[in-house]
Design a protein around this ligand. Structure first.
Ligand SMILES: Cc1cc2nc3c(=O)[nH]c(=O)nc-3n(C[C@H](O)[C@H](O)[C@H](O)COP(=O)(O)OP(=O)(O)OC[C@H]3O[C@@H](n4cnc5c(N)ncnc54)[C@H](O)[C@@H]3O)c2cc1C
Length: 414
């Protein structure tokens, strides 16, 4: 793989940019692989990359039914943070956030990581107490967060209205090294780096069946024919239960559409990310100047993958009191993705009842931030059969009642 660098750019500029090679190839599906990964979103691609990089396993195929990152990875609002409450979560989300810090260099692909800081507002006494608890938990876990007063919130976010009649701002949980990254670049960067190490990245290839013999996976059926494999990783977010059905087991997952929208571009007004969990919405400003607005998940299970009128009203109505400028913005686009929700709002990284089948799912409304750490841990689980970071997130926890409750940290869709 040719390295991207300032020199390469200069050389190509002189060459009318005609010498660039394809970022990743378009290989034919082979008849068998050591590992097949279903799902070419961030988590599937990162899993393939760390399988190759950390464990030297390169006879791997990623099978994606559409295009890379075309699921939730390319539809999210790109917030990266690690201010979760439980120790197990802190471990995986902080591993992820710290990997994001150097991911552009690691992948040799600019993922535009922007550690601009994330502020989670406290707009009720209850929320203030909950965030105080989270700040203490974060400190114990070695994660840099701070509970700040309303004046500090306003200093970071000048467009905020601190004195809303229903939801005054009482403080905020501030994580200075949290932020955003360019979501498709994360998918493309992992794909390019994995392909360079020998992984087959195959798009437009839908998995339609899973072959199991004597309780062990033997392969998958796809729209491009059958493939044999020793191990199968199911990394398909909102379609996890569909794949689990094919393999013959059940997952405690519900699929719902989660929606977001962007406004027309405006001059820079806000250089951090602000989440207003009580009113259920959050905001950041994109590099193009659009206000990126995230709202809640649909209140009913569905696979629609698109926005709805009622959500524009609900989300905007919630945010205008705290961010009055929203009332004067025109909304440009709205969309939805199908997210995979667990009861305790924590992911599942696990072996399954079928030998050789692994699942990485349940990231719900907040898995973009977790892509590097999740890929790292899932690769370890697949390669060695166990992984310290993935361990607590096994399917067993639902049988054993050992929940990792993150319903506060994941209270708003993000
Ligand atoms: C509107 C919205 C906003 C969000 N905002 C944030 C945020 O700010 N921060 C954050 O951390 N997270 C956020 N998320 C959540 C985050 O996007 C997801 O948790 C994450 O992208 C999941 O990645 P993934 O790789 O598991 O899934 P996906 O990116 O959905 O990839 C799964 C892939 O599997 C493929 N697939 C499905 N079935 C098959 C099949 N049978 N055969 C082959 N391929 C198949 C799909 O086509 C898809 O490409 C948001 C999500 C949405 C929808």
């Amino acid at each position: 793989m040719r390295r991207y660098s300032a020199f390469a750019l200069a050389r190509e500029a002189l060459n009318h940019h005609e010498g660039w090679e394809r970022a990743w190839g378009s290989p034919e599906l082979k008849s068998s692989y050591d590992v097949v990964i279903v799902g070419g979103g961030g988590h599937g691609l990162a899993t393939a990359y760390y399988l190759a990089k950390n464990h030297g396993i390169t006879n791997v195929a990623i099978l994606e039914k559409g295009w890379l990152g075309g699921g939730n990875t390319g539809r999210n609002t790109t917030i990266i943070r690690s201010n979760y409450l439980q120790e197990e979560s802190a471990a995986i989300y902080e591993l992820s956030r710290s990997l994001y810090e150097t991911l552009s260099q690691d992948l040799n692909f600019n993922i535009m990581f922007s550690p601009r800081g994330v502020m989670m507002l406290c707009q009720t006494e209850h929320e203030l107490r909950a965030m105080k608890r989270t700040a203490h938990a974060n400190r114990l876990a070695g994660i840099e967060t701070e509970l700040v007063d309303p004046a500090t919130v306003a200093k970071h976010c000048p467009i905020i209205n601190l004195d809303g009649p229903r939801y005054p701002v009482l403080g905020g949980l501030w994580q200075p090294r949290a932020g955003t990254a360019r979501h498709d670049a994360v998918a493309w960067g992992y794909a390019r780096a994995a392909a360079a190490m020998g992984v087959d990245v195959i798009q437009n290839c839908e998995v339609t069946g899973v072959d199991v013999s004597n309780g062990k996976v033997t392969g998958v059926r796809t729209t491009r024919g059958g493939v044999r494999c020793d191990k199968l990783a199911v990394v398909v977010a909102g379609h996890s239960t569909v794949l689990a059905d094919m393999a013959g087991f059940r997952l405690p997952i519900e699929s719902v559409a989660l929606q977001a929208m962007v406004s027309e571009p405006i001059k820079p007004v806000m250089d951090i990310v602000v989440m207003a969990n009580t009113v259920h919405g959050y905001l950041s400003q994109s590099d193009k100047g659009e206000m990126v607005v995230g709202g809640g998940a649909d209140g009913y299970n569905n696979y629609t993958q698109r926005g709805s009128f009622q959500h524009i009203e609900e989300t905007v109505r919630a945010l205008v009191e705290t961010f009055p400028i929203i009332g004067r913005l025109k909304m440009l686009r709205q969309w939805g993705g199908i997210v995979d929700m667990t009861g305790d709002r924590s992911p599942i990284l696990s072996k399954t009842p079928v030998e050789g089948v692994f699942v990485n799912c349940g990231w719900g409304t907040g898995g973009f931030k977790a892509i590097p750490g999740s890929g790292w841990a899932t690769a370890g689980l697949i390669a060695k059969g166990e992984d310290d970071v993935a361990g607590p997130f096994s399917l067993d926890r639902f049988r054993e009642g050992r929940m990792i409750d993150e319903s506060v940290a994941a209270a708003v869709a993000h």
